[in-house]
Design a protein around this ligand. Sequence first.
Ligand code: HCA
Ligand code: CU
Length: 383
Amino acid sequence: MKNFSIIDTTLREGEQCIDVNFFSQDRKEIAQALDDIGIEFIEMVSPKVSPQSQKDLKMIANMGLNAKILTHVRCQKDDINLALDCGVQGINLFIGASEFLQKYSIHKTVDQIIDLTSDVLSYAKGQSPDIILRFSTEDSFRSNHKDLIRIYSAIEQLGVVDRFGLADTVGIATPNEVTDLVSLLREITDKDIEFHAHNDTGCSIANSYNAIMAGATHIDTSVFGLGERNGITSLAGLIARIYSIDREYVKKKYNLLKLHQVHKLVQEKMKIHVSFNHFIFGSVAFSHKAGLHTNAIIQNPETYEILKPEDFGLHRTISVANKMVGIHVIEQRTKELGLKMNHDNLVELVKKIKNISDVEILNDDKLNQIIRDFSQSLSISKN
Ligand code: HCA
Ligand code: CU
């Protein structure tokens, strides 16, 4: 696994989700919770967004967190000045590059984009030589490659930028396209490369993974993947992806037991409905049902689990009360209830459970009652 850093942008991109609105206290607690995990960078909304956003940026930049605080700004000197006044450690500057954005958003040609960004980036570095400066193009994956090469090469030559970004703003990129574009940018610069993936077609995690493999050093995430439309790379999803490749590396890099806290915070504060099948923190993420699975899981969980729930402070659930149940788990449940049955009895009991669950939904209490009743009927027939 290549070394990489996470830039969590829950407090910027996340707030662009239609259901999300952060107040001061929310921002403070979320920033602290991200820092507790060991997330390396926290991106916050531009101080231009609102007066309180400006105060909160200052407050969080001065909290003394280990995470570096970044803000996301347009290509304007005013925005740069305001960001620097807030005491941030880094500025993430972006500008549209696709034909759509050249025409309908920024109304500039490629030459004008190069002139403007060169001017504003040089200004920023001149004002604050220690600032970590990032330059990114919006909608990179619908931009003409020749335009991108011209823009990035010009900015690289300027020599003031610490990190270059690529953004799949509309979630259109495939993993192979990400590999290609990150590799192309890698040929232009030795500097850090950041990748930002929207998830409109469900590729954001795979795309982020391919970006790392192709040489990206920084990946943008948000809690639950919150962002514009259906969002971006989920923090838990990226962690799951990397953990499955190199568990020890991820466990050393991040405090995984703290990952739950920030998810709980965002869920409770924003009152959002978390998808039942979200990575790691969805309600069914560590549940097992089919007989073949549960039989193997009770012997060795790794048979059907690549993520260990206990590494995230969670537990697995093994569903027994359903029609897919197998004999081994029913035998175990019977023992747990203090009952003893021979193999033939167990075969008959499993059959009975399957028949009942064909016509009614079982739960644990009902299942236990069926087992007890069955056991009782056996002892009655014996007597
Ligand atoms: C947007 C901007 C952005 C920026 C990403 C970046 C995108 O909200 O339109 O600066 O790297 O997706 O392009 O989030
Ligand atoms: Cu975005």
